[in-house]
Design a binder for this molecule. Structure first.
Ligand code: FEO
Length: 396
């Protein structure tokens, strides 16, 4: 159902309460999500973004209840991944000639996805579109997180930035606004979104934030394409994005491991004890990758100043789950953090060496060669692990 959010703007998106996986199985969504679409009504009417493909018919049917579709003058596509453009073919069957405003790369992506010769209008930073008493201004946000991405700014109702994936969160809510949901859970989802989707592009995010702040645009709302609308927390989310884009770390160490017969788990716990002994102010998080959620763990790593990665040796290498995590960490460019490897082995070993190589390749800063212990660690081996933890955090 449409919801009026300002005198000129209505939310016409879809809240997806049952979404548990996004991007295939690449991203866990414990709190569901939403695909936000916005209708801006002035003398001219603009629709900003659509919703994910499975909801295309529902989206168009509900939009018809809100407005005679022939009254939509412009469609603005800020970003054309399927979660935002999926309902576009269904909509265009109803209003086929309506101009679609998007970046040049947005047009290429829409053509590549849907193979339709729609009425595209390419826009770039600074281009404007008058709606009558108000104006839309386009701001390219290339590679945040796709080549086509742009923001759209409305200079009415106090100023509204339609930011698409930027400032988004996978957070289902019927109440739509940030100040109507639990703030810590919301900020955690916003950070998870940044860590798992935007962190590879932090250099570009930092530049875009500078540009955006220099524009000094009045902003009563930031309306992303996923999750709740920022109303009360605008300054906070802008500050968070600046921090997250700039080598972010809290006073936290994350220890992530896999284990087959509990030896590597015992090492992980002993290393954690050593860290806590050396510096009780540090928050230490221990996660078993095989039992926990990969995206939550990656968010913990993003949040940390250092990480230790442990695996038993399996066939001279590490486990499937640890290899997958390190592959994702490399892709997300969670680089620059202090790191080390640990693990148990039976005969030849090899996991620690492989993890060291993968951590280095991913851009982490290796503290040393790591620590490996044979078979089941005895008291002496666990004491070594505690000492290793102390030295890791307080190198002599
Ligand atoms: Fe929410 Fe990049 O699509």
């Amino acid at each position: 159902m449409a919801k009026k959010i300002t005198p000129k703007v209505s939310w016409v998106g879809k809240v997806d309460w049952e979404l548990t996986r996004f991007h295939g199985d690449e991203y866990s969504t414990h709190r569901g999500s939403s695909y936000n679409s916005y209708l801006v009504r002035d003398e001219k009417v603009a629709l900003i973004d659509t919703v994910w493909l499975p909801y295309d018919k529902e989206f168009v049917a509900r939009l018809k209840q809100e407005i005679d579709l022939s009254r939509i003058d412009y469609i603005i596509m800020n970003h054309n991944e399927v979660d935002h453009s999926g309902a576009l073919p269904e909509l265009m069957r109803e209003i086929p000639g309506t101009p679609i405003y998007c970046t040049k790369k947005g047009e290429a992506i829409l053509r590549g996805h849907y193979h339709e010769d729609w009425n595209f209008v390419n826009v770039k930073t600074g281009d404007t579109l008058s709606l009558g008493s108000s104006t839309l201004t386009f701001i390219e946000a290339t590679m945040l997180h796709w080549p086509d991405t742009m923001f759209t700014y409305l200079d009415a109702d106090g100023g509204i930035l339609f930011s698409n994936d930027g400032f988004g969160q996978h957070f289902a809510s019927e109440s739509l606004f940030d100040d109507t949901v639990e703030p810590e859970a919301l900020m955690r989802e916003a950070e998870k979104y940044y860590a798992n989707i935007l962190s590879p592009f932090s250099v570009l995010v930092a530049k875009k934030m500078q540009q955006l702040l220099a524009m000094n645009l009045p902003m009563a709302l930031i309306c992303p394409s996923h999750g709740v609308i920022w109303r009360k927390g605008i300054a906070e989310i802008l500050e968070r994005y600046q921090a997250w884009a700039a080598g972010y770390e809290e006073n936290q160490v994350t220890i992530v491991y896999d284990t087959m017969w509990q030896s590597t788990r015992k090492m992980a716990e002993a290393i954690a004890e050593g860290i806590a002994e050396a510096d009780p102010s540090i928050k230490v998080i221990i996660k078993n990758i095989a039992l926990d959620d990969k995206n939550d763990i990656l968010t913990e790593i993003f949040h940390s100043r250092a990480v230790l990665v442990g695996s038993p040796t399996v066939n001279n290498g590490c486990t499937f789950a640890i290899a997958g995590l390190l592959e994702m960490a490399a892709g997300l460019k969670l680089k620059g953090k202090r790191a080390a490897a640990f693990g148990s082995f039976g005969w030849g070993g090899g996991a620690v060496k492989l993890i060291n190589a993968k951590l280095t390749e991913a851009g982490f800063v290796l503290a040393d060669d790591g620590i490996a212990k044979p078979w089941v660690p005895d008291e002496a081996a666990l004491a070594d692990c505690r000492l290793y933890g102390r030295n890791f955090i307080n190198p002599s």
